[in-house]
Ligand binder design. Structure first.
Ligand code: SAH
Length: 253
């Protein structure tokens, strides 16, 4: 059956591509995607046909990919990070179901939560969740509920799409909700342009987050109750240290 690969290419440079992603790009007859991401792979495959669309044309882009596959040419749809995390993978499956005769294969990539975490240290070393602050496809009330539940459950939280020009106060609103259950001095961090030129990061308190220079190219990390700074890094311990002292206490009893 004709194939569309949904390929996550990681946060930025070539060093983040998996071998599997490279192989899918090699195999595809056409590489498609948002202009910025296609440009990242263009020089690796100079002879390959490329199809680019501007941002916010996801449905047209995916429809084109499915129709092209149906007509007999395989397509690799490139997405930043992972194609299944706020990417095109789900939409490709939905459209393929409508068209029939097209097989979608997802090739995993390094999502911003994982690559950004490595820049900060180990902020998601225990239970964590990912919440997008974009209300383009999700009602804001539901985003608020998810923030509240995450804070109440003491999850470490990664925020995607934390801010844009149109949504300049969303991060501030999110921080207010998180502070209903999380202390103002919770250890937090942000990473901008992960794996790209101009990568920047900082570790700050939850109360100080809204004043930081955070934009739509930034991923924000909010600690759990056990998150702390270790030698300039943001670390959420799994609890090994606590467990060994717990056993020591037990042995000494
Ligand atoms: N599929 C992507 C996520 C797309 S949603 C992935 O798996 O990473 C877009 C959001 O992802 C951005 O607003 C930002 O919060 C985050 N993001 C993606 N790439 C990033 C990068 N290189 N640096 C920092 N944040 C990034």
């Amino acid at each position: 059956m004709n194939k569309v690969y949904a390929v996550g290419i990681g946060p930025g440079g070539r060093e983040f591509f998996t071998e599997e992603a490279m192989e899918a790009l090699r195999r595809a007859d056409v590489i498609a995607g948002y202009t910025v991401y296609v440009d990242l792979v263009r020089d690796l495959f100079p002879d390959k046909e490329m199809f680019t669309t501007p941002m916010k044309q996801e449905i047209e882009r995916c429809r084109w990919a499915i129709e092209t596959a149906k007509a007999g040419r395989s397509v690799a749809m490139v997405c930043s990070g992972d194609a299944g995390v706020y990417g095109m993978a789900g939409l490709l499956y939905e459209l393929a179901e409508q068209y029939g005769d097209v097989d979608v294969e997802v090739v995993s990539g390094v999502t911003a939560a994982i690559s950004g975490a490595a820049v900060l240290g180990a902020p998601i070393g225990h239970d964590f969740c990912v919440i997008s602050l974009s209300d383009l496809l999700t009602p804001w009330e539901l985003i608020e509920t998810r923030l509240r539940c995450a804070a109440e459950g003491d999850f470490a939280v990664c925020l995607y799409n934390p801010k844009s020009k149109k949504r300049s106060d969303y991060l501030e609103k999110a921080v207010q909700i998180l502070m209903e259950h999380k202390p103002a001095d919770t250890v937090c961090g942000w990473v901008k342009n992960i794996g790209r030129q101009g990568q920047e990061y900082r570790i700050v308190s939850l109360a100080d987050l809204p004043a930081e220079p955070i934009d739509m190219f930034t991923t924000v990390f909010i600690g759990s109750e056990s998150t702390r700074m270790i030698d300039g890094h943001m670390v959420t311990p799994r609890g090994y240290e606590k467990r060994s002292s717990f056993h020591k206490d037990q042995d000494e009893k």
